[in-house]
Design a binder for this molecule. Sequence first.
Ligand code: NAD
Length: 514
Amino acid sequence: AFGSSHFSTSPQPSSSDHNKRVPNLIGGRFLDSKSSNFIDVLNPATQEVVSQVPLTTDEEFKAAVSAAKKAFPSWRNTPVTTRQRVMLKLQELIRRDMDKLALNITTEQGKTLKDAQGDVFRGLEVVEHACGMGTLQMGEYVSNVSHGVDTYSVREPIGVCAGICPFNFPAMIPLWMFPVAVTCGNTFVLKPSEKDPGASMMLAELALEAGLPEGVLNVVHGTHDVVNAICDDDDIKAISFVGSNVAGMHIYSRAAAKGKRVQSNMGAKNHAIVMPDANVDATVNALVAAGFGAAGQRCMALSTVVFVGGSQAWATKIIERAKALKVNAGTEPDADLGPVISKQAKERVHRLVQSGVESGARLLLDGRNIVVPGYESGNFVGPTILSNITADMECYKEEIFGPVLLFMEADSLEDAISIINKNKYGNGASIFTTSGVAARKFQTEIEAGQVGINVPIPVPLPFFSFTGNKASFAGDLNFYGKAGVNFYTQIKTITQQWKDSVGGSKINMAMPTS
Ligand code: NAD
């Protein structure tokens, strides 16, 4: 094992640089990369180097794929009950190490410890769901489609699958991928985010401890080159991607050109409609939590609020509660939101806020100059609110991915829905109202994959699927739930004939009919 204790849980750099190097996992062994190129993984609250992640060499990548290919025949023939039991054990081990995982996430990604626990927990639920794979993977059967003939279909694993992860949910998103894939009988090559690979490594170590045979799960690191190698490799049959649109559409088309199936979850601009009849306290709290929680770096963060019937009264209350939020390092017990992931991310947030101001938005709350005592070099942005937003502003068209809430106004529910439907993204949208009629109209007409009715972040539990629409998703089989199982399996349809006198003396040259 690579010894998770030194590099994954301590915010302090260790004395030896070599010890901080994140290994690949190839064929059941944690191996140091022979690469001469490493990227520093920085603690976003302090800029300390937590670890160093290699740009995996082509040779190492090929070794990982070939380990996965070699492990496939015996793993796919391992009874589904045995595969489920590995997941039963894995969920127990994730619970055991929940605090360690959360501390690693906070150290590398920046979110608060409590939020990091949620990151692990929402992934853990996918592992729990995979424990019922026998039922999820069931085929279909129609008896007597013709005389003595039955047809049935089975869902078979497809082979080596790969997963490419974003930085914002270092545990949940890898857990959307490999537990479902391997419990279906596939083998896997995981490429964690180069910004926070620690949780993936700890999860991979737990998967081995849970009894996953060598080669079933492999981990390689890097950026564009290894991602392109994944897209091009003929032995990889399917790719799960979560991240930005630029990367996602590139991967979708490059991998599809090689005949692979791809599920690609991408960017978002999630809107909330606030109706004048909405419950005031609950709505204000929901908007503040969903806009600024995780420093706005959730793909389901509510980043734009459309007020129907005026925003003034709402704005005053939201500003008041946003001001009361504590911005601090995620390890500090009083932190409500931590830093954004990098200096570049912080600069980008600043630039988009400034562009909003320059194009006529009103800055109701400015979090750009915040200094956090003790963490002066952290990438902190405080809660920021811009009003008078119009659809042509850059800050509205772009995903900001920081703790910035945009306010718009609409004269009616129809107008509000039409604003949202014109946006290119369609990840999530919520309405806050006490009117069932308004809620039902919203649910029916809104073009978004995940719809919340008085629920700010409606991320579905694993018996459903994560269902982005429009530019937020490419592919046709979504992550986890039934669709996730369908993504990681292909259907074989068998027609069998068993009757006493098969055939006879006549040859039938026509297309068989019953
Ligand atoms: P990112 O696209 O920069 O990186 C994601 C992965 O792709 C990383 O592993 C990275 O190494 C790789 N990558 C990046 N650019 C690439 C390129 N040009 N070619 C090949 N590979 C490339 O995304 P991020 O900044 O890590 O994550 C934030 C984004 O992810 C946001 O847009 C957010 O909305 C989105 N996201 C979406 C969901 C969802 O379910 N829809 C969930 C989480 C995050």
